[in-house]
Design a protein around this ligand. Structure first.
Ligand code: ZN
Length: 569
């Protein structure tokens, strides 16, 4: 799963107008039933504005920092990962590959932009504009390339009712559904993508032969075997167990977001990265204060009398070298939790991985410009990556604080999750944010966070709210942010300057306001009273005109980055 902070929900930007492209000699239609001649394709004219949502960003790593052995291993991992792009094109929208080839050959200068956007989206559909086609008029099939395009849910279900013995393979995350003369068939991924997977496995084995780290060697060999057998259990367990290695790869079919038809089929993706040992040590430092932070919660003992056992997933900080496939499409992942397989989650747990250089890039290209526009100059100057990163780590840690279980007025014991139903994730995300900010002064007293960072922390918190709210205030994280923003504004901790049109932090009021808000969320969760939560969400979950106008001013600021990888292999 991708990090809650990195999920972007559908946005409608600009109503595009279809424009017919004049034909030109550089483009000759190729054969193939899906293809149309170039002059019959329409293209949205606002491609430059669409591209501007993604700030091109060089992802550069200093290979000199790596030992010769790690460099050799890394080179093989990069070669393996690159092949994953080929598979994901086939999974996402196979017809897109022909379109890509034609744009690459086109002599039309504007086609460079269309090609770049096609590559960002892995197809002619704008992932940030509800998959609106920006080339052609075809709609993206809900089942991407995983199912026959004419298949309906009714037919799929009816077929499985007739053939119950096929249900498991048909519903497997690792098969594609095809139609043949007899009916429907489920083709395993290792058969469907065999020609791409064999070289991937070859590179992984070569990498395994080059490393002297035993855990990595075992993992890479097992991963190579698993990609070819279509059973990922063993290698995903070994990924959890990796120890002492610097370079690392995640590779295989994981997330099912691309399958909006049935939500069953996993897309191939790969992350190549190296572990940031210094940052990892720092995170261990934060975890030393877990119990201290629980005691420090500004609520009555009954709302915090639960022992904190630790985090659901250990936190890892890494430097991204390359991504490929699903996780490279559209908005970039800044953190992920894997594996998704419940059997492995039960047996081994999961790892949560933060891609620190990607977070830094997003901070620089998106959060800093937002801060300069929505904050007064003095506050904007204080916004820092240190505070942003600290806030992100504390958010993750503070999910573990407060209560997980509640006793309802009728005496039944249940989880906070179940009691708060659809409102749980909004409240839980907001709780993690504000409890994280509340704990900063404690960590300062303990000497863990430098005492002079308060201004950075609060201004970065405020700027980050606008980054979250511009993605929409209807989904959990955006709504949770809006509630925090409105509450803290009501308490006078955030002050609007109507003349400048900016906001500032009232440093005399913010700490107490954060304390009260943290308490509100902890009590809402601890009481588990759905109606009480619903009233609170309604009271503070409204966007007023000032907030709307401020968010609207951010339209031209990039929403995300377009990673440009520079590797010599
Ligand atoms: Zn979260």
């Amino acid at each position: 799963m991708r990090n809650c902070n990195s999920l972007i929900f559908s946005l409608t930007f600009l109503a595009g107008f279809a424009l017919t492209l004049a034909s030109h000699p550089g483009c000759k239609a190729k054969t193939g039933k899906e293809e149309k001649s170039m002059d019959s394709l329409v293209k949205l004219p606002d491609i430059k504005e669409r591209l501007a949502k993604y700030a091109p960003t060089d992802i550069v790593i200093d290979e000199k920092l790596l030992a010769p052995e790690d460099r050799q291993v890394l080179a093989k991992l990069v070669l393996a990962a690159r092949k994953i792009d080929d598979i994901f094109w086939k999974q996402s929208y196979p017809e897109g590959l022909a379109l890509k080839a034609r744009l690459e050959q086109s002599a039309e200068p504007a086609d460079k932009d269309y090609l770049r956007f096609l590559n960002i989206n892995f197809g002619p559909f704008d992932r940030q504009d509800e998959n609106r086609p920006f080339i052609g008029t075809a709609q993206k099939p809900a089942g991407a390339g995983f199912y026959p395009q004419d298949l309906t849910k009714e037919e799929f279900e009816a077929y499985l009712k007739q053939h119950p013995e096929l249900r498991e393979t048909f519903e497997s995350p690792y098969t594609v559904i095809r139609r043949d003369a007899v009916g429907l068939t489920a083709l395993p991924y290792n058969v469907a993508y065999k020609e791409d997977l064999e070289p991937v496995a070859g590179y992984l084995r070569e990498a395994a032969s080059l490393t002297s780290n035993e855990s990595l060697k075992r993992y890479l060999n097992e991963k190579a075997a698993d990609l070819l057998s279509n059973d990922y259990f063993n290698s995903d367990c070994l990924w959890i167990d990796l120890k002492g290695n610097l370079v690392e790869i995640v590779i295989g079919p994981y997330e099912v977001y691309e399958d909006s038809f049935m939500g069953l089929k996993a897309s191939y993706e790969s992350y190549v990265y190296f572990n940031d040992r210094e940052e990892m040590k720092k995170i261990e430092g934060y975890l030393n204060f877990l119990e201290d932070m629980q005691r420090n919660l500004p609520v009555a003992p009954k709302y915090k009398d639960q022992k904190v056992t630790g985090l659901e997933s250990p936190l890892h900080v890494v430097v991204e070298v390359l991504t490929a496939g699903d996780c490279k499409a559209g908005v970039q992942t800044s953190a992920f939790v894997l594996p998704n397989d419940e059997r492995i989650r039960e047996k081994k747990g999961t790892k949560k991985v933060f891609l620190k250089n990607i977070m830094e890039a997003k901070f620089g290209k998106s959060l800093v410009p937002i801060a300069r526009r929505v904050l007064g100059p003095d506050d904007a100057a204080a916004v820092s990556f240190f505070a942003y990163f600290n806030e992100t780590i504390l958010h993750e840690i503070c999910h573990a604080l407060g209560l997980n279980y509640v006793t309802l007025p009728d005496g039944t014991k249940t989880t906070v999750n179940k009691a708060l139903r659809d409102l749980q994730s909004c409240i839980e995300e907001a709780k993690a944010d504000v409890v994280g900010v509340w704990n900063v002064p404690l960590l300062m007293e303990r000497g863990w966070i430098p005492a002079d960072k308060a201004k950075e922390v609060y201004t970065t918190y405020l700027a980050g709210m606008f980054r979250a709210m511009r993605f929409g205030v209807t989904e959990a994280h955006g709504l949770g942010t809006l509630i925090q923003f409105n509450y803290l504004r009501e308490r006078g901790a955030f002050v609007h300057d109507p003349v400048a049109g900016t906001f500032r932090v009232d440093f005399g009021k913010i700490r107490d306001a954060v304390k009260d808000l943290a308490a509100r969320f902890l009590v809402l969760e601890g009481d588990g009273d759905y109606d009480q939560v619903a009233r609170f969400v309604k009271q503070y979950g409204q966007v007023d005109d000032v907030t709307r106008r401020t968010i609207d001013q951010l339209k031209d600021i990039p929403v995300d980055i377009e990673p440009i990888f520079h590797l010599s292999y």
